[in-house]
Design a protein around this ligand. Sequence first.
Ligand SMILES: Nc1ncnc2c1ncn2[C@@H]1O[C@H](COP(=O)(O)OP(=O)(O)OP(=O)(O)O)[C@@H](O)[C@H]1O
Ligand SMILES: [Mg+2]
Length: 430
Amino acid sequence: MVFLKSFSVLVISDEPKNLYEIFDSIGITLRKTNKTKASISSNFSAYDIAFIDIDADGWEKRLLELKQYMPVITFGKPDIEKAVKSMKLGATDFLTKPLKNELVKEIFENFKDKPKVEIEGLIGKSQVMEDVYSGIRKAALTDSNVLITGESGTGKELVARAIHKLSDRKENPFIVINCSAIPDTLLESELFGFEKGAFTGANYTKKGLFEWADKGTLFFDEIGDVSPLFQTKILRVIQEGEFIRIGSGRPIRVDVRFIAATNKDLTKACKEGGFREDLFYRLNVIHIEIPPLRNRKEDIPSLVDFFIKKHSSKRKDINIKAITEEALDALMNYSFPGNVRELENIIERAIAFTNSVEITIKDLPSYLLKNQHPKKILFGPLREAVDNFEKELIWSALQKSRGNISKAAALLGIHRQQLQRKLKQFKISP
Ligand SMILES: Nc1ncnc2c1ncn2[C@@H]1O[C@H](COP(=O)(O)OP(=O)(O)OP(=O)(O)O)[C@@H](O)[C@H]1O
Ligand SMILES: [Mg+2]
């Protein structure tokens, strides 16, 4: 274990001497432990960064495990396939032996200002997810309304719950309204409730969802699918903070924080007249956009791990603990139109199907294997191959972000300045 100012560094290598010397020469105080191979069951959240030697056996498993907790840098003898594989599995950077002082130093510079992220229930440490986490933290500190957007299955409800759990309202109710499931005829009685005798059959007084949510959070799920009547009714409550039960003349005041989610493009719906602009602005005070899983593939290994742990207890006959590299590779090469929910379903199904303690490629659905992105064969010297791989990634990120450097950097999980350096190095103009 090595400390650099406020850093605590985990080194896993059979021959860490060279790395220790570099740490020494760039001003890092060394505090050596007896073990060079750190015990894998230690408390990982205590570390800020890990260096894994990929010339040692079992590095893949370590990388997958450690990257859930911290950025991982891999290093090893020049080996194209291993280097690319380590990046695919989620290493932040790869260094060739013999290690160079400046490169190691640069790595620490890049991580200096990065905050640690940990939000209950949410897995994924990609840069784009870090942005989601900072949105959640910001939202939790206020009572402002929040609009969460993202494709189906990206985790919108999970994010809404996380905001509630981190907020001062956490002890009070979190009420979900599945907007598209309430017909206009039942709208008022569901949302506002009714007084006994308000209409035929109303032989008791019923509280509405707004009242149940008092002092808590109300989550409008699928807000993009609601009728004009629904929009008008909730706009009033959001503006005034009060409503009237059916059959009563007395307004009831409530203290509710509103969070809404949709997979629709509401700006477009506003332009086309399907969604009220005034309601849109009321809801869109804080906007959190959850990126699709295919734009944060580096999160796949830790999500897979998480879902294996979550669902493995359903098999009473065998204890499923892992996934083969080949199967993980297949998942990494798939585009997940159904996002995290689809990944979870795939893992759950594989656990039901498999005959071994590891999920293999045979346990994955056949449609997934048919829709693999073709793999390019890499050749030539290591540096060139790694550069080509990086260039390709940068190109596709720039294409996706339509040339926006900040967005492309976010997709790649690196800092803007780092991307600019790479663009200069590769002579790419966005
Ligand atoms: N980052 C994540 N970490 C762990 N689990 C996740 C994550 N994102 C999503 N999930 C899981 O994926 C599933 C889908 O998430 P959720 O229901 O929040 O998605 P959604 O965006 O509301 O989807 P829809 O638009 O279809 O309603 C849930 O089981 C959820 O727990
Ligand atoms: Mg949902």
